[in-house]
Ligand binder design. Sequence first.
Ligand SMILES: Cc1cc2nc3c(=O)[nH]c(=O)nc-3n(C[C@H](O)[C@H](O)[C@H](O)COP(=O)(O)OP(=O)(O)OC[C@H]3O[C@@H](n4cnc5c(N)ncnc54)[C@H](O)[C@@H]3O)c2cc1C
Length: 396
Amino acid sequence: MYDAVVVGAGLSGLTAAHRLAAAGADVVVLEAGARVGGRVCSPSGPAGRWEAGGEAVDLANTRLRALADEVGATLRRSEVGWGDHGPAPVEWRVAGRPGPPDAPGYRRLAAEIARRAAAPEADDRFTVAEWMARDGAGMFDLAVAETVVSVTSSTMPVKWMSLQALAVKTAARSGAGDGAELRFADGAGGFAETLADGLRGRVRLNAAVSSVRAGRGRLEIAVGAEQLRAARAVVAVPLHARARIAGLPPVPTGAYGVAAKSLIELEDELPGAPTAVLTDTALGYAYRRDERSLGSFVGSTPAAWLLRAGRRAGDAAVAEAVRRAFGVRVSRITRVAYPRSYLIFTPGELRGFGARLADPAGPVHFAGAESSELPSFMEGAVRAGERAAAEVLAAQ
Ligand SMILES: Cc1cc2nc3c(=O)[nH]c(=O)nc-3n(C[C@H](O)[C@H](O)[C@H](O)COP(=O)(O)OP(=O)(O)OC[C@H]3O[C@@H](n4cnc5c(N)ncnc54)[C@H](O)[C@@H]3O)c2cc1C
């Protein structure tokens, strides 16, 4: 019988297992997929690894950075970023207009987000779009907000996302010019692999857990036809996956927006500028990786279109956006899409079910970024893993 079974080998489950193993617990990690990392993933490309999932590390990500330091995963200053976080010039292309947008309604939204970021108990009644409408913002203001929010904070349209949840998320960052500036030297996927390597054979891949049930003084965890026994379990999976594991208390599945990341290889060498562009097209936010490739992130409505359009039409739209923005031709696009990227709260959910996602159910503890106060950050995944491991150790 194990002291603890950890379900899910994303950053959260790996963090929990790392802490439990370090404290001497007999622990095993069960991962449904064929690799560790979950929503962090750093495949090999022509110029080294590229980031196909969680990537940006903020200076305010104290637990993530401490854990990286502890296991010897190197963080480096990022040469890319967005807006104030990256090298100039960042070119804007929103609603067909080039150049930095003159959008006073968007500036008022930014001020309101900053005000609320310092007031965590402010009301949670409005979506971002509702607040903007009440404030008298115009359609262009809304288009700018949609574009910025979809590449920085939300993979759901602003007509759904809670303004207060957006402010809380913004408050978790160090701020413009001083945040999201670090990257893992060997990719965030490399960090997950380092954590898994440190667990020395305690991670089982292709081991999807179908049920976690309490027996007499122990838990029974089903993996295929096999039943494992453990004193405690740490379930470190997204809400939609939690809902599919039998024996656990019911959980709302929440709103998970759409996102995609791409490595865009080029036929021609990139000119010096722009180094990055922010668009409302299927290209989303794209930045220069080296002379021959771009990285891109797209979320929300353009990402949903990209996923629905199919490979050919989607690639053609991205190639056209690259030609317009950077003046170069695309040779190949490698894309990783997330139909369910990360949890976005609608009004009322942050302090509603959001606040209860970490509650243990007897000997079953919950990790996963969703069970932290930062449900869409690697920092949240690490904090939740550490909290769940501490709960297990305290109960031993
Ligand atoms: C496109 C994208 C970009 C992002 N960008 C950033 C960023 O720049 N910075 C940042 O901080 N964060 C970012 N994030 C968020 C960050 O990646 C996640 O919050 C974090 O990685 C979540 O980790 P987790 O361990 O909680 O969940 P996951 O990574 O989802 O891990 C859960 C694991 O559980 C496994 N699993 C599911 N069901 C079962 C089952 N029944 N049995 C066994 N295993 C199961 C899954 O296969 C998965 O490996 C991004 C996310 C996405 C999708």
